[in-house]
Design a protein around this ligand. Structure first.
Ligand SMILES: CC(C)(COP(=O)(O)OP(=O)(O)OC[C@H]1O[C@@H](n2cnc3c(N)ncnc32)[C@H](O)[C@@H]1OP(=O)(O)O)[C@@H](O)C(=O)NCCC(=O)NCCS
Length: 233
């Protein structure tokens, strides 16, 4: 296995999850589709969860169904410059989160990336990485964009790690830019250029981000030294 999506054996050992590239197999745990009106009830519920919103750089607001319906209608009206996708679990088709390309600038060929896994039971199970990598592929391979950017709270270690992992680089820090839960928090600006995007050697649709944690392998009987062939298994 080679290429951007294929981890080295060391990555496999260190990662909380194993990422498989399974060409020709229908075992994808997640897929993306355009956000739909039917998703709004779930989305509105997530928007009212303080612990979720506390990780985003927007302020917590109480949001009702009418507000979200207006917001969705505005998206449909401005769909040419914005892409709002639902992240779904493949097996159940359950809607678990959203990933966006916003304010696409077709002259300078850039856009803002945003993501949240609203269903907390799916956080840390590969959906964020799947959706981000799939969106990068869409942005650079389908839409011919040149640059993506995002902002993330300096306190959001989980998101920072994900963005660094997929290749975003830090471009600056906006000091005390956001007021969250009674405190000012710094914002980190990150970006990725078209030339920095490493195209996968397999299609994103063929990538499986397996989850949650691979089952424990039975421990080998205690042996003081392993031969190199035994270590490779
Ligand atoms: C941040 C978020 C998008 C990450 O998606 P996810 O599905 O939970 O993460 P994944 O399982 O795909 O993990 C991908 C990488 O993210 C990082 N990561 C994920 N969970 C982590 C955790 N609990 N601690 C530290 N890093 C973590 C790791 O680098 C991980 O790669 P690894 O498993 O090889 O170490 C998701 O947790 C989320 O939506 N959180 C709430 C909202 C939010 O913070 N959105 C981003 C705002 S800028």
């Amino acid at each position: 296995m080679t290429g951007h999506f294929a981890p080295s054996s060391a990555d496999c050992i260190n990662s909380r999850r194993t990422i498989h590239a399974l060409q020709g197999m229908n075992a994808m745990p997640y897929f993306l589709r355009e956000l739909s009106r039917v998703d709004l009830a779930r989305l509105t519920k997530w928007r009212n969860e303080r612990d979720l919103i506390s990780q985003l750089n927007t302020a917590f607001r109480y949001v009702g169904q009418e507000t979200d319906l207006d917001w969705f209608n505005e998206y449909i009206a401005n769909r040419f410059n914005n892409i709002r996708l639902a992240i779904c679990e493949a097996e159940s088709e359950k809607f678990i989160g959203v990933v966006y390309l916003l304010e696409i600038d077709w002259i300078n060929r850039n856009a803002e990336h945003a993501i949240w896994i609203g269903d907390k039971s799916f956080q840390g199970r590969g959906a964020g990485e799947f959706a981000t990598r799939s969106l990068l592929h869409h942005a650079f391979t389908d839409l011919n964009l040149h640059r993506l950017h995002l902002t993330v709270l300096a306190t959001n270690e989980r998101a920072l790690k994900l963005y660094r992992k997929v290749g975003f680089v830090e471009e600056g820090r906006l000091r005390q830019a956001v007021y969250k839960e009674g405190h000012y928090v710094d914002l980190i600006r990150m970006g990725m250029l078209e030339g920095e995007y490493v195209r996968p050697t397999v299609k994103p649709a063929d990538i499986v981000y397996s989850s949650p944690v691979p089952p424990e392998q039975p421990k080998p009987k205690a042996r003081r030294f392993l031969s190199s062939s035994a270590r490779a298994v």
